[in-house]
Ligand binder design. Structure first.
Ligand code: SAM
Ligand code: SF4
Length: 432
């Protein structure tokens, strides 16, 4: 979502004639768009500011803006701790960035803007066209979260759940497709909690997917990140009805132990999670799953951890993420007695090596086979292209005829842990 926000921040400040530059010393404004989901994020921001300071020591000081969730969480503290910062701006108030910059240029007064003003944010953003022009583009449909998992800072930094108006999203989707997008990933911290009421209509994530499925030049649809509790039947049915919805779902479970899920306040147990997986597999035999896992949550025993390993082996997740529990200030889990870090590291290593082995097995199955790839770009300085399979696996391949944005069949010749390598046979070659 920070990638989406960064693009929109750029759209906003283009209006006051700020332009992107790749030449660092030419920059007269730095925006550090930050994430606060795990520890060290705050320190990383100060480290980065230290690097900017050092670089500009003998040059004109650039305007320094910190945006995103670290800004929201640290707020006024940031201005006190680091006088090099000029403006602090939260993720729900970045629509005000141009006014704040102009105001700073006039008055040289530092400013901290961390109000939750999400409705106005999207109303303002709607007035400025989304200039994102990637083959695979992001589109935020929902923000914030009301679930309050005990480890998670999102409800405090992004605020309560908010769903953007249905028509606003569809208009933006058409803009992205006009800009060249062939794949749209619908985004939200809790994307499948999307729920918008308008007159007599109640729009859900499934309503958006059906609508996007009808956009002529759009080829693929994805959504992330989903909470198991909100995987309703209407959404599950989209995996049967909507050909453009990719058969790949990121559905974080966090732990395979009911005891830990309860301690985390996840609001689902293992059986419920498995029942969702089963329904999806029944409806779409090609579907694959990925997940997030937290290791070493306070109270996790060896046997709880083994339950997570059993679950991983049962489902065979691909492309997953895993983290050691990181206490976040202000969350209920923050004061709990921490697990032994050495033990948690060992568990993480074990879990990751099992996930990696599934990933490798999955990649091996592609060898010698054709797979459908959405071409995203030509690789710099190489006669090769980059694209992704339906399940998001990166593919690097040779072709004498493909163009970014096309769906092509690539024959996979070799693989490694993360990538597939192959050749796209043009029609000309096939005929010969
Ligand atoms: N809403 C999604 C869900 O409920 O599954 C997750 C979104 S969260 C922004 C992304 C991931 O960060 C989580 O799934 C979790 O695994 C990880 N995460 C969040 N807080 C964490 C913490 N305090 N320590 C370690 N990992 C954390
Ligand atoms: Fe965080 Fe996701 Fe839980 Fe919400 S549902 S509190 S975003 S982990």
């Amino acid at each position: 979502m920070n990638e989406y926000d960064s693009n929109r921040i750029y759209d906003l400040i283009s209006v006051i004639d700020f332009k992107k530059t790749d030449i660092k010393k030419e920059a007269d404004c730095f925006v550090l768009n930050t994430c606060h989901i795990r520890e060290k994020a705050t320190e990383k921001v100060y480290d980065e500011i230290g690097r900017v300071k050092k670089y500009f020591r003998n040059l004109k000081k650039p305007l320094l803006i910190v945006s995103g969730c670290v800004a929201q969480a640290e707020s006024e503290e940031m201005l006190k701790r680091e006088p090099y910062i000029d403006i602090v701006i939260g993720p729900q108030s970045y629509h005000k960035i141009s006014d704040l910059i102009l105001n700073y240029q006039r008055t040289k007064k530092k400013f901290n803007e961390t109000e939750f003003d999400v409705v106005r944010k999207f109303d303002e953003l709607q007035k400025i066209s989304n200039s994102q022009n990637k083959i695979s583009s992001y589109l935020t449909i929902q923000e914030g979260c009301d679930k309050f998992c005990h480890f998670c800072v999102v409800p405090y930094t992004r605020g309560p759940e908010y769903s953007r108006p249905f028509d606003q999203i569809i208009t933006e989707a058409y803009t992205l497709v006009k800009n060249g997008a062939k794949e749209i990933t619908l985004l939200g911290q809790n994307v499948n909690a999307y729920n918008f009421f308008d007159k007599n209509n109640n729009y859900k994530l499934s309503s958006l997917i059906y609508e996007l499925n009808n956009i002529k030049n759009l080829k693929r649809i994805r959504f992330t990140t989903s909470h198991p509790k909100d995987m309703t039947n209407d959404l599950i049915n989209c995996f049967k009805d909507c050909k453009k919805l990719m058969p790949f779902l990121h559905l974080p479970v966090q732990s395979g132990s009911d005891k830990i899920l309860k301690l985390m306040n996840r609001k689902h147990d293992l059986n419920y999670y498995l029942s969702i997986i089963k329904k999806l597999e029944k409806i779409n035999k090609d579907i694959k799953f990925s997940s997030d896992f937290i290791v070493g949550y306070p109270g996790e025993t060896e046997s709880d951890f083994e339950d997570t390993i059993t679950l991983i082996k049962k489902i065979g997740f691909v492309n997953s993420y895993s983290f050691i529990f990181s206490p976040r200030p202000g969350t209920p889990a923050t004061n709990k007695k921490l697990n032994d870090l050495t033990e948690s590291k060992k568990r993480l290593q074990k879990l990751q090596s099992i996930l990696e082995s599934f990933q490798l097995e999955k990649n091996k199955k592609y060898r010698g086979k054709y797979c459908e790839v959405l071409v995203e770009n030509k690789l710099d300085m190489q006669e090769k292209y980059f694209g992704r399979t339906k399940c998001m696996s990166p593919v690097i391949f040779e072709s004498d005829s493909c163009k970014p944005g096309e769906l092509v069949n690539v024959k996979i010749a070799s693989i490694n842990q993360n990538n597939l390598f192959g050749i796209h046979q043009s029609n000309k070659e096939k005929a010969a």
